[in-house]
Design a protein around this ligand. Structure first.
Ligand SMILES: Cc1ncc(COP(=O)(O)O)c(C=O)c1O
Length: 374
């Protein structure tokens, strides 16, 4: 269908799907529609935000608003810098040890899945890193218990992955690492619930799950860590370069940052993180209840007390039945239910922007599929 909107022909796709992609993933419909409306003429400027100088007043307002909204929604204390970077969470796997793993120090990595593994491997190329705890022997079906985490009070930092996107586990509580900075990869659950930021030395996340499109990475860093960071690295890789330039050292991903600001505005309208956390709990419960009440037709990968509210991982009796489930789900309009290629099975990612109604539809689909096939 097409129609005339303020002199511009817009093509509106009628197709709507239930988007359970693991990332990039669902964005709020309202945000996409607002972006569409503003795409070619941003606030009467006669051009798109993508066409503007990143040094213009109009862009700077967008940039600062995104940072401000992050600060207020996440209750980020004054003694933290908020940086908007590029290169994804994967670049942070390298930048963190480059900046903070100073010579003579060690860094502990809490191993709870494939992403912590990648972070550790990257750390190894830079300095002395070790496994502070691991649940690899049980195929990462739970997060390590806090009591099992080992580190030394002289360590440079302890790294944790708050939510394990591939295995579907999530830390409900975080270790108290005292004076050793705790650095968290929150790529797949940032701003899904209130968190006490002051417990962390640094929090980082690629935007493409809860925050916006891919291409922007948020890094929240306690200021004293920046002051003591390694200086013998290229300027572009130093956090201090980005903090002293308000994340405008070089050309930022301006459209992504605009979208980030809009998604954060949407989160404010939802009632902030307390409300978003309640919504997420209610959505995930719909699916976990089906799994738990299925008499083994569906089996969850994660142990109950480690379950993620963001990524719900489950299996069916055999691969043939899983294939059939995924095929029928696809035909019914569900997108992204395949498990990660490294583990197989099924995964429903119910990030902030996935509507409650989509989870209700999936619940119903799973119940119907079970009734027909058990
Ligand atoms: C927990 C976690 N960390 C890191 C990454 C890697 O992120 P990126 O692709 O932005 O480098 C992902 C991607 O899915 C992730 O889920």
């Amino acid at each position: 269908m097409s129609y005339i909107y303020e002199g511009v022909i817009l093509l509106i796709s009628q197709k709507s799907v239930y988007n359970f992609n693991a990332g990039p993933s669902a964005l709020p419909r309202e945000v996409l529609e607002k972006a569409q409306k503003e795409l070619v003429d941003f606030k009467n400027s006669g051009m798109s935000i993508m066409e503007m100088s990143h040094r213009s007043a109009a862009y700077e307002e967008v940039h600062n608003q995104a940072i401000q909204r992050l600060r207020s929604l996440f209750a980020i204390p004054e003694n933290y810098e908020v940086l908007l970077l590029q290169g994804g969470a994967s670049l942070q796997f390298a930048m963190i040890p480059m900046n903070f793993l100073t010579s003579g120090k060690k860094a502990g990595y809490i191993m709870s899945g494939a992403w912590s593994d990648k972070a550790l491997k990257e750390g190894k190329t830079i300095g002395d890193v070790f496994e502070a705890a691991s649940t690899k022997e049980t195929n990462y079906n739970r997060v390590p218990s806090l009591a099992d985490i080992q580190f030394d009070d002289k360590d440079a930092y302890v790294h944790i992955t708050s939510n394990n996107t591939i295995f579907g586990t999530q830390f409900q509580e975080f270790p108290d690492t005292g004076d050793v900075p705790l650095i968290a990869d929150m790529s797949s659950d940032i701003l899904s619930r209130p968190i006490d930021v002051s417990k962390f030395g640094m929090i980082y996340a690629g935007a493409q799950k809860n925050l916006g499109p891919s291409g922007v990475t948020v890094a929240i860093i306690r200021k004293d860590l920046l002051e003591n960071a390694n200086v013998e690295i290229p300027a572009i890789l130093k956090y201090s370069t980005h903090s002293s330039n308000n994340s405008l050292y070089n050309t930022p991903p301006s459209f992504g940052i605009y979208m980030l600001g809009e998604v954060l505005g949407w989160m404010e309208q939802q009632g902030g993180l307390e409300q978003i956390a309640k919504n997420n709990e209610a959505k995930a419960t719909l699916i976990y209840d089906v799994i738990d009440e299925s008499n083994g037709f569906y089996t969850g990968h994660a142990e109950k007390d480690s379950r993620s509210l963001m990524n719900i991982t489950f299996r069916l009796a055999d691969e043939q039945l899983e294939k059939q489930f995924l095929q029928e789900a696809k035909e019914a309009g569900f997108v992204g239910l395949n498990g990660h290629r490294s583990v197989g099975g099924c995964r429903a990612s119910a990030y902030n922007a996935v509507p409650f109604a989509a989870c209700q539809a999936l619940q119903q689909f799973m119940l119907n599929f079970q009734a027909k096939n058990q």
